[in-house]
Design a protein around this ligand. Structure first.
Ligand code: RIB
Length: 331
């Protein structure tokens, strides 16, 4: 059977070849009626547009690359899923990669994505000094990290979030507050740690930080958190820089018979849907993941249209109350 051509669809639908091509590439003004007619005809004829030919005509692949540290992490999983949803509706295909803490893997991914001629990249990884970003000549949006002077960064207000967490613990009676954070440290981790330390000092309290490896296994976290409780049995407040660590700290504290929130108060960071479902008791600083994804898409669209972009977009965070926090007396 002869291979179906664009002309065959045009003839069957009673429109011009140019109209079929414009429907396929979503170019120019098209009425809903024309779109439906052409799409229905393509379906009836079982016609599949040639993606390579389309790419040659438009100069676009309709592919977007997204790199995150790991989609298994609830924050990055929710972020990647939200972004993919938006992009799919806009007619893009998404290629997602886990860069982990492997700079060579991230570099390799990047080269492959560039070889596939992706139209744009969304980068939310943790690795440093990846040369390819310096020379990449395509729209790029960074989430939570600085890549290059002209690449905009979308992030939640990490400094304000950490300050809010620390001040809330102080206001609700905690006097010995420990912060847990991750290595390798990124701009956002540094801001959270800096805000915690500055807030503690402003209240004449001594900052104490414990660091765990973001990519390490559960055993190393458990060991570090046990060390925290062994070295500071009188800890009465903990601000963890993410909810997975906060949930683990909560579990260890309960095993050690701390009464929450009377003996010990805990606040996490992220506030993903997964953490809300699995650790509903946990008080946390909520990052506006949906808004972060929206802002990323908005800037990407502007960048694709070659418009001027802001250097960064910083979105406000909120406190989600939970039973790991004493009640606000002022209410
Ligand atoms: O849980 C993942 C954490 O890594 C989030 O807080 C995100 O902002 C990144 O720092």
């Amino acid at each position: 059977m002869a291979k179906l051509r664009l002309e065959d669809v045009a003839e069957a639908a009673g429109v011009s070849k140019a109209t079929v091509s414009r429907v396929i590439n979503r170019r120019g003004y098209l009425s809903k009626k024309t779109i439906n007619l052409v799409e229905r005809t393509m379906k009836e004829l079982n016609y599949r547009p040639n993606a390579i030919a389309q790419q040659m005509t438009t100069g676009k692949t309709q592919l977007i690359g997204i790199l995150v540290p790991n989609v298994a992490n609830p924050f990055f999983g929710e972020l990647a899923s939200t972004l993919e949803n938006h992009l799919f509706k806009m007619g893009y295909k998404v290629l997602v990669g886990n860069a982990q803490n492997d700079a060579a893997k991230e570099s390799r991914y990047l080269q492959q994505l560039l070889n596939h001629q992706v139209d744009a990249l969304i980068i939310a990884t943790h690795n440093h000094n990846i040369e390819e970003y310096q020379n990449a000549n395509l729209p790029i949006i960074a989430i939570d990290r600085y890549l290059r002077q002209d690449i905009p960064v979308i992030q939640s207000d990490n400094y304000a979030g950490a300050k809010l967490a620390t001040e809330t613990l102080i206001e609700r009676g905690a006097t010995k507050i420990v912060h847990t954070d991750n290595l390798p440290s990124n701009q956002h981790d540094t801001q959270r740690k800096e805000a915690y330390e500055a807030t503690m000092r402003a209240h004449r309290l001594t900052p104490i930080t414990y660091l765990t490896d973001f990519y390490g296994d559960q055993a190393q976290r458990v060991a570090t958190f046990n060390q925290l409780f062994d070295e500071h049995p009188d800890v009465n407040g903990i601000f963890a820089s993410n909810d997975t660590d906060a949930a683990l700290l909560l579990q260890i504290a309960r095993q050690r018979n701390y009464r929450l929130p009377d003996d010990l108060q805990i606040i996490g960071y992220d506030g993903t849907q997964a953490s809300q479902l699995l650790a509903p008791d946990l008080a946390t600083i909520v990052q506006p993941i949906a808004k972060m994804a929206n802002a990323t898409i908005d800037l990407l669209e502007l960048q694709l249209k070659k418009q001027t972009l802001p250097a960064s977009v910083i979105l406000p965070v909120t406190l989600r109350e939970g039973t790991t926090l004493r009640k606000n007396k002022r209410r």
